[in-house]
Design a protein around this ligand. Sequence first.
Ligand SMILES: Cc1cc2nc3c(=O)[nH]c(=O)nc-3n(C[C@H](O)[C@H](O)[C@H](O)COP(=O)(O)OP(=O)(O)OC[C@H]3O[C@@H](n4cnc5c(N)ncnc54)[C@H](O)[C@@H]3O)c2cc1C
Length: 315
Amino acid sequence: MPLPAATRDALISLDVHFFEDEPLGRRVYWRVGGPADGFVLVRDLDALQQVIRATRDTECPSFLLGKGSNLLVSDAGIRGLVVSLGGALAEVRNLGGQPPRIQVGAGLALTALLARARKEGWTGLECFAGIPGTVGAAVVMNAGSHLGETVEPLVDIDVVNPDGSLHTLPKADLQMSYRTAHLPPGAVIARARFQTTGADPVQSQASVREFLLRRKATQPLNLPSCGSTFRNPPGDYAGRLIDAAGLKGFTIGGARVSERHANFIVNTGAATAREIRRVIEHVQARVEAFSGVRLRREVHYAGDWTEWPATTGSS
Ligand SMILES: Cc1cc2nc3c(=O)[nH]c(=O)nc-3n(C[C@H](O)[C@H](O)[C@H](O)COP(=O)(O)OP(=O)(O)OC[C@H]3O[C@@H](n4cnc5c(N)ncnc54)[C@H](O)[C@@H]3O)c2cc1C
């Protein structure tokens, strides 16, 4: 659908670079999904506040896209404006102190943050290893692994509210727990501050290297996926439950439960978002029937799913 004319005019007057009818499949890890009505890359805080205000004033929905590594975008795409962060909102600043505290733009890729940390000898950010997303989404998800969670180094965040105002929230206000954080409704994370530690950088880098090698051996990193599809239930692993239910290799169209790691659903080439969602729901139903555990999704659904529910069925 076209962007509302008022939103288009407002974006033109703000002098931000935007695209209309922008395909999203190439911007998300599963490589599926329809177009966004509008797509804008925002390069500084002032522009972010103005764009958010413009969408509110013109009653245009907006959606914040990171790297799309935890997102299933519907085949119909996303109505309204998709916002992506870059420029100054993807930069790192050393705020000083020993060990230093750092401020990071929410649009920065975690891989880039880790590369910078390696160069500077900063430690305490190992929890981000192997996670292909952005800093902002890492806070949203309290992303992490065996090496730790985002909540550990996090100090506080700057958020832009739906009215465009800027607000700082200490991490205690986010009530972060396993893959969960509580943000005010509609808030966009613009920046986050982290406290590094004084640990030995050589040891830190060695543990990251060993962790990444282990992942490479156990995860299907050669095919598009969003990593773990489901959260691990308390005291168990989603992958183990899916395997036990006999679902490794289960396929609908181009969407398949990975043979290598059962909690990964991979796009074998030409999957649609609908096929991936059907596999997700089939896995949930079969695991629940087999073990009594209802798996909770880790990946987010985005976009227009009004045509759902599907006529389910396996193949
Ligand atoms: C191979 C692979 C391995 C992975 N391994 C892990 C892992 O070990 N641990 C782990 O936790 N995750 C893992 N993931 C999942 C994913 O990388 C993380 O959840 C990551 O935090 C998502 O970041 P993103 O930038 O891609 O977010 P997106 O997928 O773009 O967005 C996710 C959600 O966050 C919201 N969002 C994004 N940025 C902001 C912002 N600035 N303000 C407000 N809301 C925002 C979006 O609107 C969306 O709802 C893996 C994924 C893959 C593909």
